[in-house]
Design a protein around this ligand. Structure first.
Ligand SMILES: Nc1ncnc2c1ncn2[C@@H]1O[C@H](COP(=O)(O)OP(=O)(O)O)[C@@H](O)[C@H]1O
Ligand SMILES: [Mg+2]
Length: 297
């Protein structure tokens, strides 16, 4: 579990994080969503120690990372896996070498042992053996993400940070990567934190969602609650298109049995006609201007 308490970060006079409180549980995909510039990456960098916060606490299973000495911080860092935006693989190294890199850096293991571990994680992310000797430029974007994920988990992390893991991927491949991250999170009980603005991710793997707005936590909940949320800023951000607004309305009807207030009149009238009931209580079934008889109450 990672707990953030009143975390603030300013650059010069500009407050980017304005006192964020949030708890990220293990075994869950904790999503951080919010528009570009809302502070997601800065928050993540503060958590892993790439940026020093101005004030506040980042507690890793109860221990405050911000105020640790270098040796203690290093011990935590060794338990962190990171999947950077864009994958960030080494172009001049093969798939196998890329994944072995953290083992070379942080373990004194024999080559044969490292090679075995690399094989294990590459199998876990479902990469076939014929890809092991290839260079990143020779494999697809989806495969590159798998390699990056394999590299992020090769040291058996307790905490996994992914910054926009789906950037540059098509929706279907994004979903495959998301599911893989979710499975691995549950399987190894990792505390996983994912920055994203991918709405498919929100709906599919959003066990816990933190919505950031201008450096503040504006809303939190899960992917069921987000459908029914009445937070205007959140709704404007998530359900931006008419298509998604419709999806939200349909799901609201399904979950609550109520017709949402913002249902377009035309759709409401069509439903009334289909069901032959006066849902909005205007005394008419369907479109009043069509001269339908008043309902019987
Ligand atoms: N090193 C930095 N120096 C100054 N401003 C920064 C720095 N890093 C980020 N910012 C600013 O902080 C804000 C939040 O950035 P970021 O966390 O990258 O947003 P997000 O990841 O949500 O798109 C932006 O306005 C950005 O310009
Ligand atoms: Mg970012």
């Amino acid at each position: 579990m990672i707990e953030i308490k009143n975390l603030k970060k300013s650059f010069d006079d500009k407050a980017v994080l304005k006192g964020v409180d949030v708890i990220f549980d293990d075994g869950k995909c904790n999503l951080i969503i919010g528009s570009s510039g809302s502070g997601k990456t800065v928050l993540m960098k503060c958590m892993v120690g790439l940026i020093k916060p101005t004030s506040g606490q980042v507690l890793y299973d109860g221990e405050d990372f911000v105020n640790m000495n270098d040796i203690e911080q290093k011990a935590i860092r060794e338990k962190i896996g990171m999947l950077f935006q864009g994958g960030a693989l080494f172009d001049s190294q093969t798939v196998e070498q890329n994944v072995m890199f953290p083992l070379d850096m942080f373990t004194g293991d024999k080559y044969s042992k490292k090679k075995e571990r690399v094989k294990q994680v590459l199998e876990r992310v479902q990469l076939k053996e014929d890809a092991y000797r290839k260079f990143p430029s020779e494999i697809s974007g989806g495969m590159q993400k798998r390699v990056a994920l394999a590299r992020a988990i090769v040291l058996n992390p307790k905490y996994l940070f992914c910054d926009e893991p789906n950037s540059g991927l098509d929706p279907q491949t994004s979903m495959v990567i998301d599911k893989l991250i979710q499975e691995i999170t549950q399987e190894y009980n990792i505390t996983t934190i994912i920055n994203t603005h991918d709405m498919n991710s929100v709906m599919e793997i959003g066990d816990h969602i933190t919505y950031m707005h201008q450096g503040e936590k504006e809303w939190e909940g899960n992917n069921k609650e987000i459908i029914l949320s009445e937070n205007q800023k959140l709704n404007d951000f998530i359900f931006a298109s008419e298509f998604l607004k419709d999806a939200k309305r349909m799901r609201t009807i399904q979950e609550t049995g109520e017709i949402p207030k913002d249902m377009p009149a035309g759709v409401k009238d069509a439903i009334e006609e289909k069901l032959n009931v006066d849902l909005d209580g205007d005394g008419h079934i369907g479109n009043p201007s069509k001269n339908n008889p008043p309902s019987k109450e």
